[in-house]
Design a protein around this ligand. Structure first.
Ligand SMILES: *Cc1c(COP(=O)(O)O)cnc(C)c1O
Length: 378
């Protein structure tokens, strides 16, 4: 049977030429190409500023640092996410407080956030799972009433909208990932987009040691000394990485359309199986179509994963509930009785191959393999 990879990036010859052009210059670190990408990202997301960094994990961490999060502070997030979201909270010295998800979308259940707020709660960190945007209007009402900040984990959701809500329109900032399998990619990379120019200025300093001038400022024109206003991090993105993203961002709507078409083909082919449950796409939303997942009975999930692999299909699990990992369960006394929707989803979910260049034949092979594996498992 045909082999279908889980993911294939959409890098074209122009993207490669842009990278090699940077390699032929004397300036390899954060410079004019990163600045161009930042301007384009701010424009695409309708925000005031974009700050490129080395990863979404770094972006999330830096936003918390810029909000002056202190040890003992609590940050509310979802257990149905990649561990990076919760790790960033711990890196900032705070405690992750989980709230269960909506079973239909896997997104944080906004109606349960209020009950998790204490006088130590400083931030809510929603994750737009698979590209479906969280109810940001509802969440921002709860947060504003209690003086709590919102930082969005938009690693899946660069293209997402919900009604008139867009990234950063109902939060302090949104964090993006350009990791190898994300919607646009530089292998590794990330960015923060925000409408708050002062916050952006602080982030720009914090991503590079707290220096008041980056290399691009120091080595172009007359040398000037820099000051260091606080001990920042080393999170700046290089022009080599930025060059790979410039063209992908120009093609982003086309790439999204291709993933959406592939998504709909899967939905047509798999939507009627009683054994499969598909996450909901909400109306009046632009879904970023980052991942196509199906949920099966927890008892057959792992056999299903292996059965698909044996049939040549690349698979992934996005995600097992974070609070069940040893590092979280032990440290914060979390267990399997908590957040039951996230636990169930984490034990049921399977991600199938989805990328802009996937062919109809490849998708048919995936559907055949799903069908055959389900039959073999009874
Ligand atoms: C990929 C991912 C991250 C981490 O992104 P990096 O750029 O690899 O740090 C964070 N949150 C979610 C939901 C992700 O899927």
């Amino acid at each position: 049977m045909a082999k279908v990879p889980f993911f294939r990036a959409s890098i074209d010859e122009d993207d490669i030429d842009r990278v090699t052009a940077v390699l032929r210059t004397d300036f390899l670190t954060t410079g004019p190409v990163a600045a161009e990408l930042e301007a384009n990202l701010a424009q695409y997301t309708d925000t005031n500023a974009a700050i490129t960094v080395t990863s979404c994990t770094a972006a999330l961490h830096l936003c918390l640092v810029a909000l002056d999060i202190k040890p003992g502070d609590e940050i509310i997030t979802t257990p149905m996410t990649f561990v990076a979201t919760a790790h960033a909270i711990i890196h900032a010295g705070a405690k992750p407080v989980f709230v269960d998800v909506e079973p239909e979308t896997g997104n944080i259940d906004v109606s349960k956030v209020e009950a998790a707020i204490t006088d130590r709660t400083r931030v809510v960190m929603p994750v737009h799972l698979y590209g479906q945007m969280v109810d940001m209007v509802g969440l921002s009402e709860v947060a504003e009433a209690r003086g709590i900040e919102i930082i969005e984990d938009a690693a899946h959701a660069l293209e997402s909208r919900r009604g008139s809500v867009s990234l950063g329109s109902h939060s302090r900032a949104a964090c993006l990932s350009f990791y190898a399998t994300k919607n646009i990619t530089s292998g590794e990379g990330g960015a923060i987009v925000t409408r708050d120019s002062e916050f952006a200025d602080r982030l720009r300093k914090l991503r590079l040691h707290g220096m008041t001038a980056g290399a691009a400022d120091r080595y172009t024109g007359t040398y000037r000394h820099y000051d260091v206003t606080e001990p920042g991090w080393k999170y700046n993105m290089s022009d080599i990485q930025a060059a790979l993203l410039i063209g992908q961002l120009r093609r982003i709507d086309d790439l999204l359309e291709k993933r959406t078409e592939a998504f709909n083909r899967y939905r047509d082919a798999l939507g009627d199986y009683n054994e499969l449950r598909l996450p909901q796409w909400l109306p009046n939303s632009r879904h970023a179509a980052h991942l196509f997942t199906v949920q099966v009975r927890p008892e057959i999930r792992d056999d299903m994963l292996h059965g698909l692999q044996q049939r040549g299909i690349g698979v992934a699990v996005n995600f097992r509930a974070v609070h069940l990992y040893e590092a979280y369960g032990e440290r914060f006394n979390y267990g399997p009785d908590q957040f039951p929707h996230a636990v169930r989803m984490g034990a049921s979910t399977i991600s199938l191959p989805l990328f802009p260049g996937i062919t109809g034949a490849e998708q048919a092979a995936v559907v055949d393999a799903v069908d055959a594996t389900l039959k073999s498992l009874g």
